[in-house]
Write a protein that binds this ligand. Sequence first.
Ligand code: C5P
Length: 220
Amino acid sequence: MIVTIDGPAGAGKSTIAKRLADELGFEFLDTGAMYRALTWHAQKSGVRLANAQELEAHCLAVSLQIRSGTLWMEQAPVGPEIRTPEVSRDIHFVADNVQIRRYLVDLQRQWVCNANFVSEGRDQGTVAFPTAECKFFLTATPETRARRRLRQLQQQNLPSVYEEILAAQLDRDRRDQSRPQGRLLKAADAITIQTDEMSIAQVVAQLAKIVQVRWLARIC
Ligand code: C5P
């Protein structure tokens, strides 16, 4: 069974998707990490990000794998280095590139095929897995999301300013909603969960209940 969780930055998707996967005994896929990893790798390699052909040639040659729920790039596990404001600022160069998106969506489909997965991102219910049996759209106000991101960055000892996070996030929302392919969009058959007033545990419990009902309907 494939469960997709889409939504804007800071809606809590990664944490919730991981916990939901653990609770259900499913695999977990953080597709944002794939876009982040390629952005970080291109930055580190001195690629001119605004040069779409150069970026594309570079990214399509970078190997990505998933091993026991962890993303590996070029035979090494990917860590917190991909979650910096610099990566978030430049990620649109990678996420807007149609060829790179195709490369990543193909990998996502290969990894998820024939397994039980919770896959989270922006286009999982719309583009990557349009026939997924259980789709969610997680959201919260921009202010709630910025506060959550601030806490996350502080926990990683990355100095951050709330106003800057909010501005960068609004900019990323705008870009995520307006890219021609794979843009942030609620699938018509996705269930929206507004998470502002909910704890992580409450969201996970609500999603788990819905998935379990569909799982039972599937095997009966
Ligand atoms: O989920 P996260 O905030 O880490 O994603 C980082 C960025 O990667 C998003 O803002 C978006 O531009 C891009 N992304 C995407 N498609 C996905 C997942 C992430 O375009 N499926």
